[in-house]
Write a protein of this length. Structure first.
Length: 257
């Protein structure tokens, strides 16, 4: 995407963490924002900060586990703007623990938010995005969508699915005018991961939401297909590709998780 200023972007999960950082990074570039989250108070903080950059920032409260609510949000956006240039599917929830301990409701909600909501948003907005001179879809995935990780079956199911969906979209739609990116960060210091951060050994690299946001904006500018963030994440990805058996053994025997 050659120029970002004046473009219009939808960012989900914008109330905090990576979503907030991406929203503010886009605002710095002069991008108008439609911000979605379920947390009204924190979303207002993000929107207010974005407006200090001189851009429009619309707040929309939406439970992304509800397909009908997503459709309402899309219709409202198109009614107000009648266009969209950038879609950032960032919203997500996590569950770490033994698969057998996860309830049906937890599985259903996690898959709805992490995977089905991005699919629905793309399906409802793809025609509008394709109608623009330039457009871009970013799906915030995870390194856990590329490598095995014990006790995260539901989360990995959603992220492997989102990586696969992104790759399918890239193969079908991507070109000079239309970009599709899967952003796969390693461990990011956010509220989602903080309860488990103390488990990680010193050699597992971390990153920040701001750094992920900067790499995301760069990916939009340069029309990148896949972005893997942190040294440990890139190493795990390469080991998984070159020696799946070694990756599986390391996952099974990791004493820290």
């Amino acid at each position: 995407m050659r120029a970002l200023r004046g473009k219009k972007a939808l960012v989900t999960g914008a109330a905090r963490g990576i979503g907030r950082a991406i929203a503010l990074a886009l605002a710095e570039e002069g991008v108008e924002l439609w911000l979605i989250d379920i947390d009204a108070a924190e979303l207002s903080v993000t929107a207010a900060e974005a407006r200090t950059r001189g851009v429009e920032a619309v707040e929309w409260i939406c439970d992304l586990a509800d397909p009908a609510a997503i459709t309402v949000a899309v219709r409202k956006l198109l009614s107000a703007w009648n266009k969209l240039d950038i879609l950032v599917n960032n919203a997500g929830i996590a569950y770490f623990g033994p698969t057998r301990e996860m309830s049906d409701a937890e599985w259903t909600r996690l898959l709805a938010i992490n995977l089905l909501a991005p699919i629905q948003l793309v399906r409802e907005l793809i025609d509008v995005l394709q109608a623009q001179e330039e457009a871009h879809i970013v799906n915030i995935c995870s390194i856990l969508g590329l490598v095995p990780f014990r006790n995260a079956a539901a989360y990995q199911t959603s992220k492997f699915g989102l990586v696969g969906f992104t790759q399918a979209l890239h193969g079908e739609f991507a070109g000079r005018r239309f970009g599709v990116t899967a952003v796969c960060p390693g461990f990011v210091v956010t509220g989602m991961i903080m309860p488990w951060l103390s488990r990680f050994p010193f050699w597992v690299s971390r990153t920040t939401s701001r750094k992920v946001a900067a790499r995301t904006v760069d990916a939009i500018r340069r029309n990148k297909r896949l972005v893997v963030i942190t040294l440990t994440a890139r190493l795990g990805w390469w080991v998984t590709r070159l020696s799946p058996g070694l990756a599986a053994w390391a996952n099974r025997t990791a004493s820290w998780w």
